[in-house]
Design a protein around this ligand. Sequence first.
Ligand SMILES: [Ca+2]
Length: 144
Amino acid sequence: MKNAFRAPLACLAAVALLFSGSVTASATVEDVPPAGSDYYIWNCTYLEFCYFKHYGARHENGGWGRGFITNGFYNIGAEGYGDQTSSIWNRSGVQVWGYDWHQSNQCWKEIWVSPNGNWGDLDPKVDNLTDAISVGGRVDGDIC
Ligand SMILES: [Ca+2]
């Protein structure tokens, strides 16, 4: 009876090894938006974190794209770009955090986290709320 259980377990282990092998192989290829999509209008370069005014990085109606090529905390609201971010493309090589400024409590509220290689639209619940972006680490202090 014990042996009857061992065979399927060994089989499962082999399948797990196969899956882990394929994950390792695909990790060397960067996950990117579809070729020709609006994301490429902005020329987000390798090792850059890019963020866009419109969903899908669309360019029409005064849309814009901006990016950071070095790690750090960026108060984009103070630069006139607060409450407008809808889409991102994280090519930075590191994790990136998005914050909303909580005016009454005077603190930064973490509203999204982007692992390296992440791209796409922000959750509609946090659309047009981002006031700061922190590349490569959470903001120090003033967290809600
Ligand atoms: Ca905000």
